[in-house]
Design a protein around this ligand. Structure first.
Ligand SMILES: Cc1cc2nc3c(=O)[nH]c(=O)nc-3n(C[C@H](O)[C@H](O)[C@H](O)COP(=O)(O)OP(=O)(O)OC[C@H]3O[C@@H](n4cnc5c(N)ncnc54)[C@H](O)[C@@H]3O)c2cc1C
Length: 94
């Protein structure tokens, strides 16, 4: 596909989480944005188990916080196991 150079303000290569957020921010800023992604499907394995408050603020900035809050829940803590499956650390939140 041949694209005129003046057609877009921003070109983002890759529609992973970073590219998707960048595209949302660029769109909200009124920039004409082209996203190029080499695959035609979502990544099929889970790669986002937890995120912190800073990430939630990024979601809020693109008006997604409410929807993401509905689809997630607060983490109660985490337990880390070694290769021998014995617990070597635990972070338990109240
Ligand atoms: C098992 C696992 C669990 C994880 N759990 C968490 C977690 O709980 N919390 C968390 O915050 N993070 C987690 N991560 C990390 C998180 O998934 C990555 O930090 C995140 O996906 C990075 O996003 P990204 O947009 O930079 O890159 P990617 O997700 O890798 O996206 C890059 C995109 O660019 C496309 N692309 C690449 N090259 C080109 C090209 N030349 N042309 C066009 N398109 C291209 C790719 O197809 C892809 O879609 C986990 C990762 C793994 C592997």
């Amino acid at each position: 596909m041949l694209v005129e150079r003046s057609e877009f303000d921003v070109v983002i290569v890759g529609l992973g989480p970073v590219g998707a957020v960048a595209a949302n921010i660029a769109g909200l800023l009124g920039l004409k944005t082209l996203v190029l992604e080499r695959t035609d499907h979502a990544y099929l394995k889970p790669r986002a188990i937890v995120f912190d408050a800073e990430v939630m603020r990024v979601f809020a900035s693109i008006d997604l916080a409410e929807r993401i809050a509905k689809a997630s829940r607060a983490l109660g803590g985490s337990i880390y196991l070694g290769a021998d499956r014995r617990r070597f650390r635990a972070i338990l939140l109240q």
